[in-house]
Design a protein around this ligand. Structure first.
Ligand SMILES: [Mg+2]
Length: 424
């Protein structure tokens, strides 16, 4: 049986997450800030209408937001990731094939029913997601991923929850309402070039010769044109691509000069990277540590990286911590104000089979059992319950490298101490 594609998009996702456990915010405008409270990265509808642009530096709009009684939050990724996982779990059950496209979007292949039946399916699915997770979603339907994306964009523009391009009576008119730069995969640069050639809307792009599109925008642009015509060229990515690297890094809340503090940050990144590595059932054969220092992010006075091979490849946290420590010591300089540090693991390979290192395995059975126990504790009891001493941020003077997140909401769903309390 044929399928059509549905794009399911959580509406104002981060704001919806912040509101979920706070009924007092249901009527209040909400904004969410990026790491270190730098920029506005999510806005409820009212904040959008106030004219606060996406990515606005917080210090520039702070007063305006306060004057309008906007509830402002630091980003709470533990909460967003967990609610995203719940939404995806519900959606997966509704689909014949499924691709989690981003934290708040998924592509679903669903049976190619008639237009009315598809709209019913969308209404049921929205209702189900909302009832089981509390998150409102928007659904766009089309013959291809590109058309499903366009349908979702039209729904957003029209302020409706569902838009179905399948069997639409006036496809030309609705595709004319989508600016060419808003077509999935086109982007601003190609959008400007196409506009200068008089191709201004999704409909106009659909009707250009494929060969012309290829000349202007490579084979990917030609694919987009085909997709707008309803011919599927971009497959659903139903299996996660094998990881090629794991990277953990973060800017310091304040510039840091103490070696101890940078060491703890690097150790924390290394142990988190090791966790990711094990979750992906991989071992790494290379570890790199990098640092950046200077008065501002664009005006760096010192930036360096040091790396070391891991032979045999491993995912054993203490081994990775030692390697990271050695790398940091090699590139350390006293003096600069460090702004950022991170750890990258590369040369990943499956942890099994291990024949190549039959007698000299990167991780012994005892070490593997310990790692598994630590991961299980952190998975079930909350991240950071079991930590490595090297990554322990204990003293107040060493604590200044952690992120500035002054307005973060509780981790309602992933942390025992943050569970909401209900009084009846
Ligand atoms: Mg969204």
């Amino acid at each position: 049986m044929d399928t059509v594609i549905a794009l399911v998009d959580c509406q104002n996702f981060y704001c919806a997450c912040e509101r979920l456990f706070r009924p007092d915010l249901w009527d209040r405008p909400v904004a969410v800030l990026s790491n270190n409270d730098g920029c506005v990265i999510a806005r409820s509808t009212a904040v959008k209408q106030m004219g606060v642009p996406m990515g606005a530096p917080y210090f520039k709009v702070k007063r305006q937001l306060a004057a309008a009684d906007v509830a402002v939050f630091s980003s709470n990724y533990a909460l967003y990731a967990d609610l995203s996982r719940r939404v995806m779990t519900v959606l997966r059950r509704e689909a014949w094939a499924f691709e989690a496209y981003s934290i708040d979007e998924a592509f679903l292949a669903v049976p190619a029913l008639g237009r009315e039946a598809l709209c019913d399916w969308a209404a049921r699915t929205r209702h189900r997601v909302h009832r089981q997770t509390g998150i409102p979603v928007r659904i766009g339907l089309g013959q291809t991923k590109t058309l499903a994306k366009a349908a979702s964009r039209i729904a957003k523009q029209q302020g409706t929850a569902t838009f179905c391009l399948v069997d639409h009576p006036r496809p030309d008119r609705v595709l004319d309402s989508v600016a060419v730069g808003d077509v999935w995969g086109i982007g601003r640069r190609y959008g400007e070039r196409l506009t200068s050639h008089g191709v201004r809307t999704a409909r106009a792009l659909r009707d250009v010769p494929v060969a012309w599109a290829r000349r202007q925008m490579t084979v990917r642009g030609a694919r987009t044109v085909q997709e707008l015509r309803g011919r599927r060229c971009i497959a659903l990515e139903t299996a996660p691509a094998p990881r090629k690297s794991v990277i953990r890094s973060r800017s310091f809340g304040q510039p840091v000069r103490a070696q101890k503090a940078v060491r703890e940050a690097v150790a924390t990144h290394a142990s988190r990277a090791a966790e990711k590595l094990r979750a992906a059932e991989r071992v790494a054969s290379h570890l790199q540590v990098f640092v950046q220092a200077g008065p501002s992010a664009i005006d760096l006075t010192y930036a360096n990286a040091a790396s070391t091979p891991l032979a045999p490849p491993t995912h054993h946290t203490p081994t990775l911590l030692q390697a990271a420590r050695r790398c940091l010591d090699r590139l350390w300089r006293d003096g600069p104000a460090y702004r950022k540090a991170g750890v990258m693991l590369t040369g990943l390979r499956p942890e099994t089979p291990r024949q190549a290192h039959l007698f000299d395995n990167g991780t012994s059975p005892e070490q593997a059992a310990l790692m598994e126990a630590v991961d299980r504790v952190n998975r079930t009891m909350g991240r950071g319950t079991a930590r490595w001493a090297a990554a322990l941020v204990s003293e107040p003077d060493a604590r200044d490298w952690t992120m500035r997140r002054t307005q973060r909401s509780p981790r309602y769903t992933t942390c025992w101490s943050d569970l909401p309390v209900v009084q009846a």
